[in-house]
Design a binder for this molecule. Structure first.
Ligand SMILES: Cc1ncc(COP(=O)(O)O)c(C=O)c1O
Length: 399
């Protein structure tokens, strides 16, 4: 072979037992990164059967890939779905999921008024111009939800298990029942709670979406999204994914799967740290209001106790700094030495976010006030550091 041909072909496309893969009986102990974008088989007939879904096999990275499939399998097992598709980001996953359920239904969405800002932007600025109508509702007000389901007859109800940053928890069981009675798909973004705390499909959700960038990845080094669906929605989600191509790359799939191996351990520690921080904040006179899900007076106490895994109240804590204005909050954030004042959540390191300038920047002040997002509210995503170090850092930053 000419050196150009050798450089391109030597070493590649060997089967077990050939070339560098001399042994046939080895199995990597963890899923490797399969970077190939295409796959070939011994006969054209096999390729034909794979394309026709008559035989299982990988054909093209936009359709499937062994590393991506392994990530999908583990997330599906964690969420208890029929199947899962991994996407390049949480937003890509939400977009895919919404379009899939709306494909053969009326283009009407009922959605929780407290949602991640980019999700609201996607609904109002991207999907509405394409003819989708979105109506917002207080998801904790079951009578209002029932009324809207009857009035606007939406195809899908979109909500987050735990709202951001005020940590409200809606009654998934009741919403599941209402949606099924109204022939409406219940789609739940479970990013904040994760399947460690709640498995929405056990409470009536048809589709569960995740930003895998958060607790699943967990190390602040990867972006991923997941759509877990029931049997009814498999054909639509799969078909649309193959056409849209929102798929995750194999390297990111590998990193996310690697993160997932320690996700339950991290989550336990993060929840413990959150409970310790909330307890400390409650007794500090510089703090006005503490929002954490272990609060006996939490407005959704009974729902949390029914839905959440015992002893785990999540790893997000929001609080208001007494008398602080925007400049004081800026000073507080700048004074943090270990806690990272950066946008995101779910990482091994504790993160602090100021909703006013980040997640709720585009929300009009009146609406922010209605949602309880005051100018002195900060949100913490607890990491796995020593709890005393986290508390000491926050304490010194409050001055
Ligand atoms: C609840 C929630 N859903 C979805 C997303 C979007 O995820 P990604 O940033 O991976 O696209 C985020 C991002 O912060 C989020 O907090």
């Amino acid at each position: 072979m000419n050196i150009h041909s050798t450089a391109v072909h030597a070493g590649d496309r060997k089967r077990a037992g050939e070339g560098a893969h001399k042994r046939r009986d080895y199995t990597p102990s963890t899923t490797p990164i399969h970077l190939a974008s295409t796959y070939f088989y011994d006969t054209a007939e096999t390729v034909d059967k794979i394309f026709a879904h008559e035989e299982h096999g990988y054909s093209y990275l936009r359709y499937d890939n062994p590393t991506v499939a392994a990530l999908e399998e583990v997330v599906n097992a964690l969420e208890g779905g029929h199947g899962t598709i991994a996407c390049a980001s949480g937003m890509a996953a939400l977009h895919l999921a919404l379009h899939a359920v709306l494909l053969d239904r009326p283009k009407r969405i009922l959605c929780a008024s407290q949602l991640y800002g980019a999700t609201i932007n996607m609904l109002t600025k991207v999907m509405e111009p394409f003819g989708t109508i979105t109506t917002f509702v207080d998801i904790c007000d079951l009578a209002a939800v029932e009324q809207q389901l009857a009035e606007i007859k939406p195809a899908v109800l979109l909500m987050e298990t735990v709202s951001n940053p005020t940590l409200r928890v809606a009654d998934l069981d009741a919403l599941g029942r209402l949606c099924r009675a109204a022939n409406c798909v219940l789609m739940v973004d479970n990013t904040f709670a994760t399947p460690m705390l709640v498995r929405p499909m056990e409470h009536g959700a048809h589709v569960v979406v995740h930003s895998g960038t958060k607790y699943f990845g967990g190390h602040g080094d990867v972006m991923a999204g997941l759509v877990t669906y029931d049997a009814e929605h498999e054909p639509l989600v799969r078909q649309l994914s193959r056409t849209y191509g929102p798929v995750i790359g194999p390297f990111e799939a590998y990193l996310t799967m690697r993160g997932i191996k320690t996700f339950p351990l991290r989550m336990e520690r993060q929840c413990e740290n959150a409970a310790k921080l909330a307890a400390w904040l409650r007794q500090d006179p510089r703090v006005e209001r503490v929002i954490y899900l272990d609060d006996p007076a939490h407005p959704d106490r009974a729902v949390i106790d029914r839905l959440f895994a015992p002893g785990l109240s999540g790893a997000m804590v929001s609080f208001t700094i007494r008398g602080a204005e925007k400049a004081d909050v800026f000073r507080f954030m700048d004074a943090l030495k270990m806690v990272v004042p950066a946008t995101s959540l779910g990482d091994v390191h504790t993160l602090c976010l100021y909703p006013l300038i980040a997640s709720h920047r585009d929300v009009p002040p009146k609406q922010r006030a209605r949602l309880g997002i005051t100018d002195n509210l900060v949100r913490f995503s607890l990491g796995i550091e020593g709890p005393a170090d986290i508390i000491a850092d926050i304490s010194q930053a409050m001055g």
